[in-house]
Design a protein around this ligand. Sequence first.
Ligand SMILES: [Zn+2]
Ligand SMILES: [Zn+2]
Ligand SMILES: [Zn+2]
Length: 494
Amino acid sequence: MATTTPEPKQTLKSRLSSVFRPKSRSNSKLTKVPPPSSSTLTKLPSTSTTKTTSTRTSSISPVSPKPRPLQYGAIYRPTEDNTNIQTGERRDDTDLLHGLTHRESSSTMASIKKEEEEDLRPPGEPLIASLPSDLWLAIASYLSPADAARLAFSSKMLARRLGTGPWDALNKPENLREEVKFLGDMDRKLPSHLLCFLCGVYHVRTQAGKEKLKATSVLNPLYICPSIGKSGVKPYRTRLTPGHTLPFTFVQLVLRRVKWGSEYGIEVNELGRRYQDPYSEWKHQTRYHIHKGHLLLRVVSSSFASPDLPPSGQRHLLYAREDYTPYFSACAHWRDGELMDVCKCALKHIPKHRESVSQQMKRGPQVRVGLINPNPIVTLCSFCRPMRRCPECPTEYLVELKLAEDKNDPLVKFKQVISVTRWSDLGDGSSPFGREWAAVNAENEDPYDSFENMGRRAISGIFESQSGVTIPGQRLLSLNPKNKKMGEEGHGWY
Ligand SMILES: [Zn+2]
Ligand SMILES: [Zn+2]
Ligand SMILES: [Zn+2]
């Protein structure tokens, strides 16, 4: 009995020691053990911890003499001491850590807030009141109607001094643009309203949060507006493809949501659509993206195209019957430049359909080798391959030929597809009189020079980079290199 009792005690001890013994070999493989550098960081006064760290370092150091690569974000620290080799200065890590915690302190924010709260300046009302009304009216006369109204709106005293003049000026029909400029300041206070640029009034959103972009033929009012239906009043919208437009109200909704919050509008992805034209083979895909507060649009339009199309066939393919506008998406300046010529040139590069020797022999004894196995990849020429930028508005185009399967054709399964991609910057959504929106729709009063405004950064590049796609280096040429505006008369666009 006496000989058996010490035995389990010994085994328990040995088992415990085996459990707590540092595993010298496995250390080099396990990754969860803190690196040796971190053990030197802990400088706690208790002797027990220093002991364990010292044993740990001693056990690790002979096993892993090779320095391990630092983990991402880790700061390199020498294992022996913190003395800088070059300056001899000893770095105090505790001090360093405390320095880091104080860096992001809220003391500055608090002081700013305090300054805002405790505005120690004397009230300006008596100062404003000390100047006569005539002088204030003279000051306001130098301002635009919108700015004069903003001045009158800023305080009760100024409203009294300026009288009703600024408001009367804003009410004039010719000052509608100034009126919407002034009203635009209140956008943030009215999440369930939408500023109407036809009336200069905030209308209540009748489908708040459930607004859906629909085809132009579908009646889809987002608010009840008395101006719609009046003769000569046209709601602000941009043409996308035949039968599809983008009303400005949707640009407002999408950008308001980004600026102020979810209750102010709808998500940008809700605008994207994929549809087929009911009267042709054209398919369209629209996508939107917000970049630096601007709404960017991309429309990819594609259609099967036959080889060797005569001019009439090319027209039939490219132009909608109803209004002789292109089936694909284009800005308002498409007639002035080379866009249609570029498309027609691309169509000329489509190779003839594949024909086997027996098929060719049916027609005659000549056999053309090129037709037996035509190259499916078509290279376009230096005229139709480069990307084009409209010089008058922020819009870019790319014409491509791609091979696609036609499931409806039992004879020729794989055909070339002409694809026209359009990218546009639709502006910041503050007003349809904004530079970009007005330029795209050719409603701008001041000329817009897209090459000067956009520089080298292409809208297409910005748009595609958000989905991680990089467009291969393309030359960016002007859509209208001679800048001739001949409209329907010239350029032979049809
Ligand atoms: Zn209205
Ligand atoms: Zn070409
Ligand atoms: Zn344009």
